[in-house]
Design a protein around this ligand. Structure first.
Ligand code: SAH
Length: 290
């Protein structure tokens, strides 16, 4: 931009800063996954991840909050201190950072934080993602089932942005043990809201289910899950547990047996490819240490 006078350039630089986030550290995993740690202007840590897949897909995992006020037992983010909601610019600047390295085509709001607790900023950022090259259909907002936000999402979001629900257990009893938020917003109410979403928008809901050894990975639990979820409405994504302390991951055999039950029930199910575990960039491992 040397066609602008120097004085104007320096004024622009201070009043229209390049990014709301300062890059603090960047790490690359053996599988090509990149994790970036940023600091907001007021010094809050925020992490975001770029996943590069063999088929050429470039997927971003974005954070909606610095830390998370919820305390899901298997997730490292809940163990760090909650900072605050991020602004729409702070969310979008995570995407812009990686966009500068090369084209990106998918985004998931599965980084730090609960998107439905910060829905306005998340939607503002998500609605702008096409400017970065990511269509709405390739953008997914994930929630624990925080009902006030989820209801608004169902009623207000007309763009084909995808919805994912972190379920992780087929009964209230177990789900409340794993995710205290279930005490407040129990399974039946959250699933009802997903049904309403499908009725209104005709879009399926992705269900995330982290497999924890001996906790939620038994075949009876797979059967219960298949009984709970309408296969016309839900698609299940089984997630191998990434170590964060409390639990152990399911064996490959247990994962296969669990999936087999869902397959037989003809409930669509896939097993998520684990990325970036060696740099703690995988699902549930974001807990910035600064
Ligand atoms: N708060 C939202 C957005 C974060 S998404 C939500 O929970 O949906 C992060 C996803 O990774 C969630 O499905 C979460 O349950 C999952 N996850 C958390 N800890 C994990 C771990 N240790 N291993 C694998 N997946 C984990």
């Amino acid at each position: 931009m040397t066609n602008l006078p120097a004085a104007l350039r320096s004024e622009l630089e201070s009043s229209v800063p390049f990014s709301t986030l300062a890059l603090e550290r960047e790490q690359e995993a053996r599988d090509g996954t990149v994790k970036a740690l940023f600091l907001t202007r007021d010094g809050r840590p925020v992490e975001a991840v770029l996943m590069r897949y063999r088929d050429g897909r470039r997927s971003l995992c974005l954070s909606s909050q610095s830390g998370c006020p919820l305390t899901c037992t298997f997730c490292a983010t809940g163990q760090m201190r909650f900072g605050r909601n991020l602004t729409a610019s702070e969310i979008l600047d995570q995407a812009l950072h990686f966009r500068r390295l090369g084209p990106v085509d998918h985004a998931v709001f599965m980084g730090m934080g609960e998107p439905m607790l910060n829905l306005d900023a998340v939607l503002e950022a998500a609605r702008s993602l096409p400017d970065v090259g990511i269509t709405w259909r390739r953008s997914t907002i994930s929630t624990v089932g925080w009902l006030p936000g989820l209801r608004r999402f169902v009623d207000e979001v007309e763009e084909p942005i995808r919805l994912a629900l972190s379920l992780h257990a087929p009964t209230d009893e177990l789900r409340s043990e794993l995710m205290p938020v279930n005490e407040r917003y129990p399974l039946a109410d959250v699933l009802d809201e997903c049904h309403r979403y499908f009725g209104l928008r005709r879009r399926k809901v992705f269900v995330e289910y982290v497999l924890l050894r001996g906790v939620n990975d038994r075949v009876e639990q797979a059967r219960a899950l298949a009984g709970l979820l309408d296969r016309k409405i839900f698609k299940v994504n089984l997630i191998p547990y990434n170590p964060t302390g409390m639990f152990e991951g399911s064996s490959r055999k247990a994962v296969a047996a669990f999936k087999d039950v869902l397959d037989r029930a003809r409930l669509p199910a896939t097993v998520r490819l684990t990325r970036g575990r060696d740099i703690s960039a995988a699902c549930g491992q974001l807990a910035a240490e600064t």
